[in-house]
Design a protein around this ligand. Structure first.
Ligand code: SF4
Length: 374
C-alpha cells in the first residue's frame, strides 16, 4: 500500500528509505540481516525504487551500528560494479537507482518514520505532523516510502519466488514468516524465523523459556502477557510484534522492570508534547512510590488513568505506546501490583517520601529529623 500511494503521489522526485534504526529494546534482527544478508535488503530497496519510480534510496543506519558502515558501503560499491545500482540497471534503459547510507545518532524516536525523515534532512530528529503522510510529502517534501529492513528483504524474495510461495507459510490473516529477536530468561536466545501463527507456548518451548512468568511481545511499546495468554498466537490478528520477544523468569520483579522501561521512555522522549514529556515522568514517579513500599490502592487507578491519557494525547508513536509496560502489566498482572500496595491507617495520601526529602537537610545538619505520624 505504501508503494502504491508513493507511486501515485505527485512529485518530480521520489525516495525510498530503509529504516535500519532498530532501537526497540530487545530487537536485534536487522543487525543480523545487515551483517549476513545485506544484499537482500539493497535488492529490496532497488525493487521498491523501480515500483514507485524513485531514483534514490537512503539506508538510515542506527548510530550504534556504525561499525557496519564501511562493510555496507563495500557491498554498495560491489553492486554498482555489477550493474545492480547506478544508471540503466542490468541494461534496462531508464532504470536508474542508487543508495546512500545515512547514519543515525542514537535517538530512539528516529525509528519513527517522520523523525527519521527529519534526521535525514539534517534537522533535529523530531516527528512531523501527519497529514501529510510521507507517501505524499516525505524526504525534502517529495513522496517517500519508508520501509523496514525485513519488509524490503521480503519484497526481494517475493520478486524472486512469487507471492504464492511467500503466502504458503503463516496464519490465515497473516501469511509468511517473521523474524523474532528473542532474549531474556531462556536457554536459547537469538534470532529465529517462525511462521506467523505460532503459539507463544510453542515459541517458549523452542527457545527454552518454559518457566516464564511473563513475555514481553513487541518490546516495551508492545505488551506484557502472562501464562493465561500463552496459547494465543503471534500474528497481526492476535498478538502483533515488530520482532522483539523478551522472556522474564519467575524470579524477576515485574514492577522494577516496568520502572526501567519508563526510565528509557523518559530519556528518549523528544520533549515536544506535554503528555509524553511530563506524563511519563509522572508515571515513573508513581511506580517509584510503589517500589518504595509507599503505594496505595488508589495508585493503580491513577496509573491507568494517566497511562490512558498519555496514549491518547501524545503526538507520535513514542508517547502513544510508552505507557504500555504500565498498562499491560496492570491488566495482566494486577495481583503483582495489589500485593505491593496497602491502604494507610491514617487515611492520608502519601504524595512524597518525607524521609528521602529530608535527606539532604539531615546530612547538612548532621542529625536525624524526628517525624511524628499523627
Ligand atoms: S510523543 Fe513524545 S517523542 Fe513523540 S512528539 Fe511527543 S514528546 Fe516527542
Amino acid at each position: 500500500m505504501k508503494w502504491e500511494f508513493t507511486r501515485g503521489a505527485e512529485g518530480t522526485k521520489k525516495f525510498v528509505i530503509c529504516n535500519a534504526d532498530e532501537g526497540e529494546p530487545g530487537t536485534f534482527k536487522d543487525r543480523v540481516i545487515l551483517t549476513e544478508r545485506a544484499d537482500l535488503a539493497f535488492e529490496g530497496m532497488t525493487v521498491a525504487g523501480y515500483a514507485i519510480g524513485a531514483e534514490n534510496g537512503i539506508l538510515y543506519l542506527r548510530g550504534e551500528y556504525a561499525y557496519l558502515h564501511a562493510f555496507l558501503e563495500k557491498i554498495l560499491a560491489d553492486r554498482r560494479k555489477s550493474g545492480l545500482l547506478g544508471n540503466d540497471i542490468l541494461g534496462k534503459k531508464g532504470f536508474h537507482f542508487d543508495i546512500r547510507i545515512q547514519m543515525g545518532a542514537g535517538a530512539y524516536v528516529c525509528g519513527e518514520e517522520t523523525s527519521l525523515i527529519s534526521s535525514c534532512e539534517g534537522l533535529r530528529g523530531d516527528p512531523k505532523n501527519r497529514p501529510p503522510f510521507p507517501a505524499q510529502k516525505g524526504y525534502l517534501g517529495f513522496p517517500t516510502s519508508v520501509n523496514n529492513v525485513e519488509t524490503l528483504c521480503c519484497a526481494a524474495r517475493i520478486m524472486e519466488k512469487g507471492a504464492a510461495w511467500f503466502a504458503e507459510a503463516g496464519s490465515r490473516g497473516t501469511p509468511s514468516t517473521k523474524l523474532l529477536s528473542i532474549s531474556g530468561d531462556c536457554t536459547g536466545p537469538g534470532v529465529y524465523e517462525f511462521p506467523f501463527g505460532i503459539k507463544v507456548r510453542d515459541l517458549l518451548r523452542e527457545v527454552g523459556g518454559e518457566n516464564a512468568q511473563a513475555v514481553l511481545v513487541g518490546g516495551p511499546s508492545g505488551q506484557f502477557i502472562g501464562p493465561k495468554d500463552f496459547d494465543r498466537i503471534i500474528c497481526y490478528d492476535d498478538i502483533g510484534t515488530g520482532g522483539a520477544v523478551v522472556v522474564f523468569g519467575p524470579e524477576r520483579d515485574l514492577i522494577d522492570i516496568v520502572h526501567q522501561y519508563l526510565e528509557f521512555f523518559v530519556e528518549e522522549s523528544c520533549g515536544y508534547c506535554t503528555p509524553c514529556r511530563v506524563g511519563n515522568v509522572l508515571l515513573k514517579h508513581r511506580v517509584e512510590k510503589i517500589l518504595a513500599g509507599q503505594g496505595e490502592p488508589g495508585d493503580l487507578d491513577a496509573l491507568k488513568e494517566l497511562g490512558d491519557s498519555i496514549k491518547l494525547a501524545s503526538r507520535c508513536g513514542l508517547g502513544q505506546t510508552s505507557a504500555h509496560p504500565v498498562l499491560t502489566t496492570l491488566k495482566n498482572f494486577r495481583p503483582v501490583y495489589e500485593a505491593r500496595v496497602k491502604p494507610r491507617a491514617d487515611k492520608m495520601e502519601a504524595t512524597f517520601d518525607i524521609h528521602k526529602a529530608l535527606g539532604p537537610a539531615e546530612s547538612i545538619a548532621a542529625r536525624k529529623s524526628v517525624i511524628y505520624n499523627h
